[in-house]
Ligand binder design. Structure first.
Ligand code: F6P
Length: 551
């Protein structure tokens, strides 16, 4: 696929950017910094909770101005308002996209088809609070009359990753005494490990599924239910151990969960945008309702920033435009999230779904195939662990991947020396990626360590770093529920803006359907030896191997 922009809808801004990108083809970050003592000040931004240094991108002030023109030409301002005001921008499913309503504390209505959805949003949040209080106080009891001590969230994708990540971040400031686990994989090892560990008499299962029909979630919910029954829980006691979070309450009732214990949300909340809805019940139960609401408020502060800030000072917009620049115009088809904060260990996994399920698309809104790169491959993890694993490739490999370094400015523990080491590593990595080390400096260093010229000639190429590798650094003062909300919302809006620029629908996910359909066909074949597999030779061969159980 052509990674340049010539195939993008012909427009003055695209054409100007393409020409400009060609003129910067040999641009060196080192030189950009050498030529402008104010570069850091010129290419940093802030919002209430976050600080962004994007100076280590291969851009100039002209690039920024051209990118902003592109945003204007893409009618981004109109698109933002369309999203916030509930237009059906997810047009392949005819749905509004209103996760922002879930964190709207303005008191203003949000109308969908003439109905103020804020009434429903607030009612469900009230229902969540009442439920949490019953669990915390011990009023809610399991079938042996013991209070609840453990929560197990059964869900997958957006019904798992966001809440799991948030609980992990907030474990240091939880206001309750509950423990929480997340089970997602249809591999029974996942559920069995948890079932073997928790005391079922004091365990509450949350079946979290927008559709209440996802294979993995339903299989795991049935497994947990059966386990309870096998342990002696009467059928009538199941309701004391299961609650549901879903847009499909009828299916939850059919499973045996009363509608009073079903927390609904709406089709205008996408799965990967649902942690702000009742899908966040695990967060509220585990960390406390105040923490959950603080997270919503942090997200709202980013919504306000996004909606009201000029594009060149707008964090999500600028991060999105830089992403378009790097991916589509500079040919970098990967993106790395390097979180220098152990509490954000699960953040890359959540972002991976958010970004790749949203913008892993190749069809434009008008149905035509793009001939330019859209969403990058996104992966990541925590620093400093990443430095001892995949960072080698980032420094010296042939694939280029912009990195978002994410870190907390101040320490929130009793070991400031560790925090200084952590941030020293974080800052050093972006410096090393940018500056690299040329052959002369490498040779000088080797010479100083006493190596012969022959040894230097042989080693220097391997110890030279090309540099000129781009990164953003995103900082917050403290990591708490509010900051977390702002951080997640920042990336949600970044992804949205990129979808607008690339002309794709960021809010459907048809790409995951084909595999689901085929797995149903294959499951029948695996379970029925008499049937004749009807696939290609490879798939037939694998089905056959499964049936025989050996090769
Ligand atoms: O298969 C993808 C997906 O539809 C995600 O978009 C979603 O977050 C996940 O499955 C889980 O879906 P559900 O909440 O309906 O179980």
């Amino acid at each position: 696929m052509d990674t340049h922009a010539h195939g993008l809808p012909d427009s003055p801004a695209w054409n100007a950017l393409s020409t400009h990108a060609d003129s910067l083809r040999n641009c060196q970050l080192r030189e950009l910094f050498a030529g402008d003592a104010q570069r850091f000040n010129r290419f940093t931004l802030q919002s209430e909770h976050l600080f962004l240094d994007y100076s280590k991108n291969r851009i100039t002030a002209e690039t920024r101005q051209l990118l902003v023109s592109l945003a204007n030409e893409s009618e981004l301002a109109y698109a933002i308002e369309a999203m916030f005001s509930g237009e059906a921008i997810n047009f392949t499913e005819q749905r509004p996209v209103l996760h922002t309503a879930l964190r709207n504390f303005s008191g203003q209505p949000v109308m969908v088809n003439g109905h103020d959805v804020m009434i429903d949003v607030l009612a469900v949040r009230q229902q969540m609070l009442g439920f949490c209080q019953r669990v915390w106080s011990g009023e809610w009891r399991g079938y042996t009359d013991h209070p609840i001590r453990h929560v197990v969230n059964i869900g997958i994708g957006g019904s798992d990753l966001g809440p799991m990540m948030a609980c992990d971040v907030l474990r240091h400031c939880t206001e309750t005494e509950l423990s929480v686990d997340f089970v997602s994989n249809v591999d029974a090892c996942d559920m069995q490990e948890v079932l073997g560990r928790v005391d079922l008499e004091t365990t509450l299962f949350i079946v979290a599924s927008k559709t209440f029909s996802t294979q993995e979630t339903m299989a795991n919910a049935h497994l947990a239910r059966q386990h309870l029954l096998d342990q002696g829980c009467p059928t009538s006691g199941i309701a004391q151990h299961f609650v549901a979070v879903t847009c499909n309450p009828e299916a939850a009732v059919a499973f045996g969960i009363s509608d009073q214990n079903t927390f609904t949300f709406w089709d205008w909340v996408g799965g990967r945008y649902s942690m702000w809805s009742s899908i966040g019940l695990a967060i509220a139960l585990y960390a406390g309702m105040d923490q959950f609401e603080a997270m919503l408020k942090g997200a709202e502060s980013m919504d306000l920033h996004f909606r009201n800030t000029p594009f060149e000072k707008n964090l999500p917009v600028m991060m999105a435009l830089l992403g378009v620049w790097n991916t589509t115009l500079q040919g970098m088809s990967n993106h790395v999230l390097a979180c220098y904060d152990q509490r954000l260990a699960l953040f890359p996994a959540h972002l991976q779904q958010l970004d790749m399920e949203s913008n892993g698309k190749q069809v434009r809104r008008d149905g035509t195939i793009v001939n330019y790169a859209t969403g990058p491959m996104l992966f990541g993890g925590v620093g400093t662990n990443n430095q001892h694993a995949y960072f080698q490739l980032l420094h010296q490999g042939t694939a280029l991947a912009p990195v978002d370094f994410i870190a907390c400015l101040t320490d929130q523990h009793d070991n400031p020396d560790h925090h200084a080491m952590l941030l020293a590593n974080c800052f050093a990595q972006s410096e090393a990626l940018m500056n690299g080390r040329d052959r002369d400096s490498t040779a000088a260093e080797l010479r100083a360590s006493g190596l012969s010229e022959e040894q230097i000639d042989s080693l220097a190429p391997h110890r030279t770093f090309p540099g000129n590798r781009v990164s953003n650094t995103l900082l917050f003062r403290q990591l708490n529920a509010e900051t977390l909300g702002a951080l997640v919302a920042l990336y949600e809006h970044k992804v949205f803006v990129q979808g607008v620029i690339w002309g794709i629908n960021s809010f459907d996910q048809w790409g995951v359907e084909l595999g689901k359909t085929l797995s149903g066909v294959i499951l029948d074949e695996l379970n029925n030896d008499a049937s004749c597999p009807s696939h290609d030779a490879s798939t037939n061969g694998l089905v056959d191997l499964y049936r025989r159980g050996h090769w």
